[in-house]
Design a protein around this ligand. Sequence first.
Ligand code: 5GP
Ligand code: MN
Length: 342
Amino acid sequence: MEDIAEIKELLSRPRNILISSHRNPDGDALGSSLALSLYLQQLGHKVEVVTPSEYPHTFEYLPQVRDIKIYDVHSEMVDPFLETCDVIFALDFNGLDRIDKLGGKISEVKDRSKAKVIMIDHHLDPEPFYDYGLSDTAASSTAELVFEFIQFLEDTRYIGPDIATCIMTGLITDTGSFKYNTRPATFICAAKMQERGIDVKEIQDAIFNSMKVKQMKLLAHALFKRMEILEEYETAIIVLNKYDYANFDIQRGDTEGIVNYMLMMKNIKLAAFITQQPQIVKISLRSKGDISVQEIARNHFRGGGHKNAAGGALYGSLSMVINKFKEVLPEYMEKVQIENNK
Ligand code: 5GP
Ligand code: MN
C-alpha cells in the first residue's frame, strides 16, 4: 500500500472512526468490519461499524456483532457521530451506491469536513470515492485484505482470537470454505488466524451447519420446483416469487447459498438466482471459468461484483427480469462457446 505512512500518521492519535460495509452484509462484510474495528479500538480509537441493513442471524457468534449500527434503523445515532469522524473506512464495497442512504450521507459529510475515506475491497471496477485504497481483486476476501492492512501497519501483535474469528469468517464465507478465489496468501492468512487458537471447525459449523428446517425445505423446493435448465446455454435458473417468500416465511439470509447448488451440475457453467422482493427484483449470478458474470450484472442489472460471483437488482416485474436475463444470455454464452471451440 503506497500511502501507508500517511495512514499511519492519520491513525497515530485517537480518532473517531466509522467503518461502513455493504447492504445485506455477508460473512466477509461483517468479519472484515468487526476485525478492523477490534484492531482500531485497541489503538485507542472510538469506532462505530455501520451497515445499511440487518445482518443474518447466522453471524450472531461474531464478537461485537450486536454493536453494529443498522443505518436503516439507527441513522439518528450515526449521523451526529459521522459529523465528528476523522476517518471513514469503506469495506467490501466499491461504490457509494452499494450502501444506499449512508453513501449519500458520507459524501455530504466528506465535502465539508476533513474526513479521509479509506477503502479496503476486492471487487472489480472500484469507483474513485476514496482518498486511500487497498483494492485487490486477486484477494479472496476483504478479510484477507484487512489482515494485509494490519500487516502493513506492523501491528499483527494486536490480532487475538476475536479478530482471528472475524477474519476467518470472511475467508471461509467468500471462498466457500476455501474452494474458490484462493491464492497462497489466503492460506497463509488462514494459518496465521488458526495460530491464534481459534476453533475453525466450530466456525464452519456456525456458518454452514446451522440451517433452520424451513431453510432446508426451501432449498429443496427451490431445486425441485423452481429450477429451469437451459441446456443450450449451459445455464440454470432458480426463481423465487413473492408467494414463495410468504409460504416459506423467507427472512434475510434464508436464501444464502442456494445459487451455488446449481454449479454442482457438471454441464452447468452459469447459475442465476432471481428473487422477487418487496421493492425490487434481485439477481445473483455465479459462473465457472471464463464467463464474467460481473459484466452481465454491470451491463444489464445495475450491479457488479466479481468475475465468477456477481449480483444486481432492478425495479419492475419478475417476468421482466427473467426475460431480460434470457435475452442477454446468448451474447455472453456464445462468446464463451466460440472461445471453447477455438
Ligand atoms: P450475492 O449474489 O451473494 O448477493 O453477491 C455476490 C457478489 O456480487 C458480491 O460480491 C456482491 O458484492 C456483488 N453484488 C451483489 N449484488 C450487487 C448489487 O446489487 N450491486 C453490486 N455492485 N454488486 C452486487
Ligand atoms: Mn467480500
